[in-house]
Design a protein around this ligand. Structure first.
Ligand code: RP5
Length: 183
């Protein structure tokens, strides 16, 4: 096992060992702990729908061996979808997509330097044959990545499909109830 995988012992103890038992089906990963506020809406959305997930920091550049192990083991551990957030030279989603056939839903993290346009372009410019589904920069992208994962699961889960319909209906009703914003 590689050094950076060993040093990130939690990944082995908490996710690789326990994923199957907990029926975790979404992996939320990010390049840095600092990305968590951006990715948290994805976790909140999955929680709201009762979809089990794990959360890990996996850096493409600082822990390349861990990235490799995470990507290669993802399907075997029972994950179905990966939500990957990264900022700047955001190689995490693309490299995960190179390592696993699972759908990778990517969230560009807003940066101080280029406002997240750097992250967006780094993520979205994938070569033909290795797709990464790229979402909006920031928290809205994270929430929508989770909703897309939920929509994928809802294709074969009637209960989840009903919850998703209810969510959409409530959202529509909320906007319709807003009326004239000047009042
Ligand atoms: C990327 O570099 C991370 O996704 C993060 O958005 C960015 C900066 O990381 P930190 O220096 O804040 O840890 O790998």
């Amino acid at each position: 096992m590689s050094e950076d995988v060993k040093s990130a012992g939690k990944v082995n103890a908490n996710s690789i060992e326990n994923t199957q038992a907990l029926a975790v089906c979404v992996g939320i990963v990010m390049g840095s702990k600092n990305d968590w506020p951006t990715l948290k809406p994805a976790a909140d959305m999955l929680e709201q729908f009762g979809v089990a997930f794990e959360v890990r920091v996996v850096s493409a550049h600082r822990t390349p061996h861990l990235l490799h192990e995470y990507g290669q083991s993802a399907r075997g551990r029972g994950l179905k979808v990966i939500i990957a957030g990264a900022g700047g030279a955001a190689h995490l989603p693309g490299m995960l997509a190179a390592l696993t056939p699972l759908p990778v839903l990517a969230v560009p993290v807003q940066t101080k330097t280029l406002n997240g346009i750097d992250s967006l372009l780094a993520i979205v410019c994938m070569p033909k044959g290795v797709p990464v589904a790229t979402f909006a920069i920031g928290e809205a992208g994270a929430a929508n990545a989770a909703l897309t994962a939920i929509a994928i699961f809802a294709l074969s889960d009637r209960n989840l499909a009903e919850k998703l319909d209810a969510f959409r209906a409530a959202q529509t009703a909320q906007v319709l109830a807003q009326g004239d914003p000047r009042l």
